[in-house]
Design a protein around this ligand. Structure first.
Ligand code: FAD
Ligand code: MLT
Ligand code: ZN
Length: 480
């Protein structure tokens, strides 16, 4: 793709304008004027070290009004922008493609209010997920979303990507839990839909458009969200299984027997756990190794009742040989350690260099076949091996089994065109044939921009473009 020449290059005059607008020096990181100070590079590169932009200017507005003034000025002066939250996105959407101005939400990080009766939390978009969850924890509540990047991702970024994560099975998607949004449109208009109402059937539910829009139609500045009570009893179990068929049986049994207390059902294949082990050197949870592992979490209000249910379930799945071996965490340290084997996967995969990531919704019966087929293709092409000659370290599958969401990942020593040619469009065609989704929870970003047609019809894409044009007629830049 080429830079759209309609967009202006940033000049000293623009920077001076932003300085007068945002006031303090710390609000601006600038590579344009001579007194430029802070390091701009972290804002140009993504978490996977795969995408790199060339911004010369990072703006850190401190209020909705400042976001509005910045966007209006950019709109009037044809300056392209990219909103950035915690920069933990995995599809290249959070960094500039060319020299777009980065609008960092990091200074808008306050918790505004919390109602302990209804569980409604109102926060600024730049509030870090873990900070919000910690605040809620002190008040007996929990954020309805949890993910491995909780220490860095922003709630605004979570909502902009409609992040799914580890608790979706229990608490549903952000489309259900977000009650209201305040956002600024590209022309500077402030949309105040910061409702705290659970029910509100008065016309179109416009806030839904911003959830998962990846910043294409405006910048989210505040979010109101319903948060559940924190469960008193949390149990985590980790199993080894001999086949994907058994994993499916275990999932059915878990739903049937653990029903309302089941809060997560995660899948990890042997290859993914081997890589975690190679990086962390931690003691494995089970004595032997198995082709598949599952992590089950239960969250309920009554420790005795939950433990009894979980024990019965364990007895059943072991007796029927659905599960070959298993362990239950005995305390919170062990709970954390077991979760580490799942949450640590993305970071460990990146250890050797880069990762080709595919975040897919697949009919559950076929979910793992894609990993096997992909591994066979990469192996047959002679690309997988132990030494530096081979670009691929391993092909692994893990993910949110409870949501039919597979993460197919190819861990590599370097990003390599030959590997990419085997993976794309193969993976997307495979998904399209099964009416799956090429993006279950990470979004399109730059990575999947050209592949949306594998999961959406021409009519759907046309409707999306109409919405983009309506909210952002000047930019005309389409994610789609
Ligand atoms: P960024 O990466 O900064 O931005 C993401 C996108 O949102 C970009 O397009 C950006 O322009 C836009 N954006 C950011 N803030 C705003 C705003 N205020 N208004 C409008 N647009 C905005 N994702 C999952 O869904 N489930 C997981 O389990 C999961 N686990 C992860 C684990 C790890 C270790 C990592 C690194 C990532 C994981 N992710 C997961 C992906 C990522 O964390 C999520 O997509 C997260 O929601 C992004 O939030 P962020 O603040 O980092 O956003
Ligand atoms: C996860 O579930 O771990 C995340 O979505 C990140 C990833 O896909 O690696
Ligand atoms: Zn995930």
């Amino acid at each position: 793709i080429k830079r759209d020449s309609r967009f202006a290059e940033i000049t000293e005059e623009h920077v001076n304008h932003f300085r007068s607008l945002l006031g303090t020096e710390s609000a601006i990181i600038d590579g344009v004027t001579r007194d430029a100070t802070d390091d701009i590079e972290p804002f140009n590169g993504d978490w996977m070290r795969k995408y790199r932009g060339h911004t010369k200017l990072v703006l850190k507005p401190a209020s909705t009004e400042e976001v509005s003034q910045v966007l209006k000025y950019c709109n009037d002066n044809m300056l392209a922008v990219v909103p950035q939250g915690g920069n933990s996105g995995l599809v290249g959407g959070s960094v500039p493609v060319f020299d777009e101005i980065v609008i960092s939400m990091s200074r808008m990080n306050q918790i505004r209010s919390f109602d302990e009766v209804s569980g409604t939390l109102v926060v600024d978009a730049g509030c870090i997920l873990e900070v919000a969850d910690g605040y809620l924890g002190e008040r007996g509540h929990i954020f309805p979303l949890d993910l491995g990047a909780k220490g860095s991702c922003h709630i605004g970024g979570n909502v902009a990507t409609n992040a799914g994560g580890l608790r979706l099975l229990r608490y549903g998607s952000l489309h259900g839990s977000v009650l209201g949004i305040e956002a600024v449109l590209p022309d500077g208009t402030v949309v105040d839909d910061l409702s705290k109402l659970r029910k509100n059937n008065t016309g179109y539910d416009l806030k839904q458009l911003f959830i998962g829009a990846e910043g294409t139609i405006g910048i989210i500045t505040k979010v109101s969200i319903i948060c559940p009570q924190r469960s008193k009893a949390i149990n985590v179990a980790f199993f080894g299984l001999e086949s994907y068929e058994k994993v499916q049986e275990a999932f059915r049994e878990a739903k049937g027997q653990l029903s309302e207390i089941l809060s997560a059902f995660e899948l990890m294949d042997r290859q993914s756990q081997d890589l975690v082990h190679r990086v962390t050197k931690n003691k494995r949870p089970l004595e032997s190794e198995y082709p598949f592992y599952c992590l089950i979490e239960t969250s309920g209000s009554n420790t005795e009742h939950d433990s009894e249910k979980l024990e019965k379930f364990l007895e059943y799945v072991m007796e029927k040989e659905i599960v070959l071996d298993g362990v239950v965490a005995q305390d919170t340290t062990q709970v954390k350690a077991l979760w580490g084997w799942r949450e640590g996967v993305p970071e460990c995969l990146g250890h050797w260099g880069g990762t080709y990531k595919y975040d897919l919704s697949i009919p559950i019966s076929e979910l793992y076949s894609l990993v096997e087929e992909t591994r066979a293709k990469i192996t047959d092409a002679g690309l997988l091996g132990e030494d530096e000659e081979h670009p691929v370290v391993d092909v692994v599958g893990y993910g949110h089994m409870g949501d039919s969401n597979l993460h197919l990942n190819v861990a590599t020593r370097r990003y390599d065109k030959e590997v990419e040619k085997i993976l794309e469009p193969f993976v997307y065609e495979w998904i399209s044939k099964r009416s799956g989704s090429i993006s279950a929870e990470h979004g399109l970003g730059l990575a999947k921009k050209n592949y949306i047609g594998y999961s959406r019809s021409d009519t759907m894409i046309r409707l999306m473009k109409q919405i983009k044009d309506l909210y952002d007629p000047v930019s005309g830049i389409h994610l789609l």
